[in-house]
Ligand binder design. Sequence first.
Ligand code: NAP
Length: 292
Amino acid sequence: MQDKITLITGATSGIGFQTALTLAKMGAQVIVTGRSKPNAEEAVAKIKNVSGNARVDFLLADLTKQAEIRTLVESFRQKYPRLDVLINNAGLVEPERRLTEDGIEAIFSVNTVAPFLLTHLLMDSLKASVSPRVITVTGGNVVPINLDNLQGEKSFLSLNTYSHAKTCMMALMYEFSLREKGVAINVCFPGGASTNMTASIKPEMAPTILKLIWPIFKWITRPDNGKSAAKAARSSIYLAASPEVAGVTSAYYDTNSKLTAWPPAVLDTTTRENLWEIVSRLSGIKQNNALA
Ligand SMILES: NC(=O)c1ccc[n+]([C@@H]2O[C@H](COP(=O)([O-])OP(=O)(O)OC[C@H]3O[C@@H](n4cnc5c(N)ncnc54)[C@H](OP(=O)(O)O)[C@@H]3O)[C@@H](O)[C@H]2O)c1
């Protein structure tokens, strides 16, 4: 990975941090993104210190704010000649339905719209790489896509809305991979890990099935000093760095970096195309992929 430029969203903590750390240890140039300057500075200092790699930096953007995503991309373009690996890792769960300053429900905004917009905006930088790779991190629960409830307008329950947003993201990345043949675009599931996100989940945010096994969930995600997050980072790292997957695109990998069939929820072409239209509009991306 010595000559590779990599950008990892949400790398200030959890799985993204462990992904960034490992790629830095492998010698890659690593750009961490976060929404808090102190957190990003702390993450970069730790990664440099532990990896011994000085080529680690950060760019800031709150991914609920499309203006900040666009500014981040402008800063990236000014500083770096190309992008070899983009890892859309950042994810969000929140207890209550909230609209962002762009008027988009926050969970849908971070888990679906942000990776779609960021990948679009970075496409020229990716195409400047000889072997560009985009990896997007999904959740464990895949659900049918309901185009009438994308933003929890009709029904909202934090973890259900999160699973739905992640499924929509999977459908969009699959569609992206069919439209952009020169860029390897894949999705991976990290597996469960003890992170800030899992610590923030309360029973009232969860569907009945998770409430029923609440003590088991809490035990699985008990604090472990980043051990499970490091394990959960493996599939992102594999897709970012392994020569085995050079040129592989349109694929979905599980927590053990094993190629897995796309779930039926993302296979309906009409649903994917309608979703693409809606998210293109919400993110200000025109149909011809030009910037709005
Ligand atoms: N942990 C699990 O069991 C699990 C299971 C399946 C999938 N995942 C997925 O794995 C990925 C990493 O999650 P994690 O568990 O490692 O959680 P985490 O430690 O909470 O990390 C989430 C990262 O996303 C960033 N983020 C959240 N909202 C953001 C926003 N509005 N703007 C910019 N950055 C934002 C966070 O930044 P701040 O530091 O600023 O909050 C943090 O760096 C997510 O996509 C998640 O959905 C996790």
